[in-house]
Design a protein around this ligand. Structure first.
Ligand SMILES: Cc1cc2nc3c(=O)[nH]c(=O)nc-3n(C[C@H](O)[C@H](O)[C@H](O)COP(=O)(O)OP(=O)(O)OC[C@H]3O[C@@H](n4cnc5c(N)ncnc54)[C@H](O)[C@@H]3O)c2cc1C
Ligand code: SF4
Length: 365
């Protein structure tokens, strides 16, 4: 590990100023440090300066480490215009939102009363990540921005495409934990469980830039190589020197439900083989179909949290819950999958996890 200077900041503006003062990528931001410390030890990053974004000391308040409910009337316009459209599909609906600061830990999210009640998919995803010790320090922004776990990427012995090389060692190598969708240039799966849940809940990310703030739907934030002309070196649209400040999540109406499920190799802490978050809104009685809105996001199967759109469409056509219909939805969840030599098992696994999520959410909806 190289020697570096330790710089502490407590605001996003200070962090941006420190990152841009460094110029040329020789500074790295640290939040909880779980991923950053691994990357320093693995030689993936060798910054001259580590910019440590800390919670402010006791007595001073910062929205970066807070979870708060923001009524629709107090939401900034920049957020309101990105909220989901209403039933007519033509205009964003003003909605009360939950605002989560970038430094809020996964443990805080997993035990927060409003999240447990109104956004269970997020509480369940946060609770399923790593160990209690890690969840106590890992932050929500750090979780979204952690780098992939592909073992070739994490090994100093392999200069793969993601590190600027011209080869993907996983494509013809040890690819049992790799992607089954969108995997032809880089087959690393997106590592964030929180991202899977936040996407299903239609979250908006707020970002501090050198000239102010910008906001973006999380659904457009993560990118794969195929979405950016073959560039595999980044996993999201955060520009160098920018810092995530908050996430805004629209609070659901009483007829909406969500849940999250994770399948992993061992029962104690582990990254997922496959994980799924689902949200549904019941249709009014007599509507013909059971649901008027449905969203399914699968993790552990693609370089981005993967929206299972064909399965969503099949779910929306559902008029009664029976085994045949659930099987058809599950089959649709793997539409477009192209497994590699050693990860074919992920196709039925993805179908099974989606089927389980559909059955569970519809039995409780
Ligand atoms: C044994 C183990 C099991 C794990 N299992 C899982 C799992 O099942 N699911 C899962 O999702 N994760 C899992 N993880 C990963 C872990 O959850 C993440 O490493 C952690 O959440 C990262 O958060 P952090 O605050 O420590 O981020 P850091 O390590 O501090 O930062 C991570 C990245 O985010 C950037 N960053 C952080 N905050 C900001 C910000 N506000 N703005 C801009 N950039 C920022 C940093 O520069 C860095 O690039 C596991 C980790 C371990 C060690
Ligand atoms: S899957 Fe991606 S990260 Fe892994 S070796 Fe291939 S290019 Fe590198």
């Amino acid at each position: 590990m190289n020697a570096f200077t330790w710089v502490e900041v407590t605001t996003a503006e200070q962090a941006v100023a420190q990152l841009s003062a460094a110029r040329g990528g020789s500074a790295l931001l640290k939040a909880g440090g779980i991923d950053v410390l691994d990357r320093l030890k693995e030689g993936l990053d060798a910054p001259e300066r580590l910019i440590v974004l800390r919670r402010p000391t006791a007595g001073s308040k910062s929205t970066l480490s807070e979870i708060s409910e923001i009524p629709a009337s107090r939401l900034p316009d920049s957020i309101t215009r990105l909220l989901p459209a209403g039933n007519a599909g033509d205009a964003p609906q003003p909605r009360d939102c939950l605002r989560i600061g970038a430094l809020v830990t996964l443990a805080q999210i997993a035990s927060h009363p409003t999240i447990l009640r109104a956004l269970p998919a997020l509480a369940q995803a946060a609770h399923a990540i790593a160990t209690p010790q890690i969840r106590a320090v890992a932050t929500i922004a750090g979780n979204l921005l952690q780098r992939p776990r592909c073992w070739y990427f994490r090994s100093a012995d392999f200069h793969c495409r993601k590190k600027g090389g011209d080869e993907c060692f996983a494509l013809d190598g040890e690819n049992e934990y790799h992607a089954i969708f969108d995997n032809r240039t880089c087959a690393a799966v997106h590592p964030s469980g929180a991202a899977v849940a936040l996407l299903v809940l239609d979250a908006i990310v707020e970002i501090q830039t050198a000239s102010g703030t910008r906001q973006q739907r999380l659904s457009a934030f993560f990118v794969s190589a195929s979405q950016q002309g073959g560039d595999v070196k980044r996993e999201n649209r955060l520009e160098p020197g920018e810092v995530i400040t908050h996430l805004y999540i629209p609070l659901p109406s009483p007829d909406e439900r969500s849940l999250y499920l994770k399948s992993k190799q061992k029962q104690s802490f582990d990254w997922p083989l496959c994980e799924v978050a689902i949200s549904v809104r019941r249709a009014p009685s007599g509507a013909g179909s059971l649901l008027q809105a449905a969203r399914i996001v699968v993790g552990g199967v693609a370089p981005i949290p993967w929206r299972a759109k064909a399965a969503e469409a099949a779910l929306l056509r559902l008029s009664k819950l029976d085994i045949e219909s659930v099987r058809a939805i599950a089959q649709a969840a793997s539409d477009g999958a192209r497994p590699l030599a050693k990860n074919g098992y992920k196709v039925p696994l993805c179908q099974g996890v989606v089927a389980q999520a559909v059955m569970q959410i519809l039995s409780n909806a």
